[in-house]
Design a protein around this ligand. Structure first.
Ligand code: ATP
Length: 137
């Protein structure tokens, strides 16, 4: 068993998809280890997405991720990182497989409803960014 980290991004929250997305996640066999409704500051988003800070969309990404609340969560399942990336689909919803969370709920490449960690190492770093040990079950 291992873990991944996810966020329902501001667009997913604004568009009223929290319930549907969480239902899909739990129905797909992920156990919720930690979860909170929160809003990232500019400093939070710049740190969280530091790996992208040279990319042309960085400013837009920080603006988007801080414009409203998100749902942050740590999820547990065998093969969590890869299976969750499959469940959410491609970054660009136009390329996301049918039935994936992004195919169903994303609006664009930037506003793509959910985040999913891309490695076990990043899952641990990203989970620790949002949660203390006492908030994980
Ligand atoms: P995430 O890390 O959010 O799960 P990802 O791994 O599918 O997404 P990355 O390439 O790591 O995609 O990009 C991180 C995020 O930056 C994307 O989810 C999207 O919100 C935004 N992004 C990526 N590419 C673009 C782009 N060309 N234009 C605007 N925003 C983008």
């Amino acid at each position: 068993t291992n873990r991944t980290f996810t966020m329902i991004k501001p667009d997913g929250v604004e568009n009223g998809h929290i319930g549907a997305i969480l239902e899909k996640i739990t129905a797909s066999g992920f156990r919720i280890v930690a979860m909170k409704f929160t809003q990232m500051t500019k400093a939070d988003a710049e740190a969280f997405y530091a790996v992208h800070n040279e990319r042309p969309f960085f400013g837009e990404l920080v603006e988007f991720m801080t414009r409203g609340p998100i749902v942050a969560a740590i999820l547990e399942k065998e093969n969590a990182v890869a299976d969750f990336r499959t469940l959410i689909g491609a970054t660009n919803p136009a390329d996301a497989a049918e039935g994936t969370i992004r195919a169903l709920y994303a609006t664009s490449m930037g506003e793509n409803a959910v985040h999913g960690s891309d490695s076990d190492e990043n899952a641990a770093i990203e989970g620790a960014f949002h949660f203390s040990g006492r908030e994980m079950f």
